[in-house]
Write a protein that binds this ligand. Structure first.
Ligand SMILES: NC(=O)c1ccc[n+]([C@@H]2O[C@H](COP(=O)([O-])OP(=O)(O)OC[C@H]3O[C@@H](n4cnc5c(N)ncnc54)[C@H](O)[C@@H]3O)[C@@H](O)[C@H]2O)c1
Length: 308
């Protein structure tokens, strides 16, 4: 029996995630959207590439949530994306209504699913999905840190001209301008970059990471990033479905960890078949902790606006 993953939102991020999931032979995919023809057309187009790419995972495009029933994982990408000059937070009210409605439908048909929330503003939307679904906190997780860390990793690998395989990075905090890249916990072949690169260079790479999403938005002009976001989503889906228990920076619901309570914030978690199986609490320096708390306050302000 193949696994079943529903991807809500057949836009750039959702369709790319669907493609990566089937190409990695991870699961059958149901692609669902509100726009007539888009999920059906993209799913059919992807299925027609299966004989060439050699995957047997089936795809279904639909607007009917009955087709999503019994999904092990549901990825929520439905919503509006940023346009140039827009912050992720500008999306708040519009995407709240969308994520609320989507979550209500999803949980009715897949009560045991793990929800991977992608829609921005990420941390507030994960909180919305948790509240609306009434799922245990282990089964609602937000994608942000894997993407932000991948950006940091790509910049480090480019700067040092080394294999990306050698580079690991940790970016914590909310998925916004206050995110917290942690150079001390970012390594090349296990060596912290603080031992390998001058402070000014690290600061430049950290700043580029913080504004990595905006850099792509400014270039594309008509939308936001989707290749790296979909890759990040699928690393999480893979770790969940295959119970790989990878340690990945994800938005998780904190209840006292890092001194933060009742809020989704990006922290290192163990992702497995049960979802968020563990939250790792690492010892932060005073400065790192201050940045994390500041980031959490920014998330709290958004959540307060939603009164959820
Ligand atoms: N967490 C992250 O790191 C990250 C990264 C990239 C994008 N995002 C976010 O992901 C979301 C999607 O981005 P995108 O580039 O794919 O946008 P997009 O505009 O290409 O696609 C969004 C899709 O959602 C659909 N949609 C709208 N309302 C819906 C509903 N009620 N039910 C089902 N589908 C609905 C739209 O029809 C559209 O096809 C945005 O909110 C974006 O900001 C987050």
């Amino acid at each position: 029996m193949r696994n079943k993953v529903t991807v809500v939102g057949a836009g750039n991020v959702g369709a790319s995630a669907a493609q990566r999931i089937v190409e990695k032979h991870l699961a059958d995919v149901v692609l669902i959207d509100v726009v007539e023809g888009i999920p059906e057309g993209k799913a059919l187009d992807l299925w027609e590439s299966a004989p060439v790419e050699g995957y047997d995972c089936r795809l279904k495009g639909t607007r009917d949530y009955a087709d999503t029933a019994g999904s092990e994982v549901v990825v929520i990408t439905a919503g509006l994306a940023r346009k140039p000059g827009m912050s992720r937070d500008d999306l708040l009210a519009k995407n709240y209504d969308i994520v609320k409605g989507v979550t209500e439908q999803v949980v009715r048909h897949s009560p045991d699913a793990i929800l991977v929330v992608v829609t921005n503003p990420l941390d507030a939307m994960a909180q919305t999905a948790l509240r609306v679904s009434r799922f245990p906190k282990q089964r609602v997780v937000g994608m942000a840190g894997v993407l932000d860390s991948a950006r940091f990793r790509s910049f480090i690998a480019e700067e040092m001209d080394v294999s990306v395989d050698n580079v690991h990075a940790m970016v914590l905090g909310g998925h916004g301008d206050t995110m917290v890249p942690l150079p001390r916990f970012s390594t090349v072949a296990g060596i912290p970059i603080t031992e390998l690169l001058p402070a000014a260079v690290i600061e430049r790479l950290v700043e580029r990471t913080r504004t990595g999403g905006a850099e792509i938005v400014a270039l594309l002009k008509t939308g936001s990033a989707y290749y790296a976001p979909s890759a990040a989503i699928v690393e999480m889906v893979d770790s969940i479905l295959r119970d790989r228990k990878k340690i990945l920076p994800c938005a998780a619901y904190l209840e006292g960890e890092y001194g933060i309570r009742g809020l989704f914030v990006g922290v290192p978690v163990k992702l497995g078949r049960k979802g968020v199986e563990q939250i790792l609490e690492i010892q932060l320096s005073e400065g790192e902790n201050r940045a994390l708390q500041q980031s959490a306050r920014a998330v709290q302000e958004l959540v307060d606006k939603l009164k959820i």
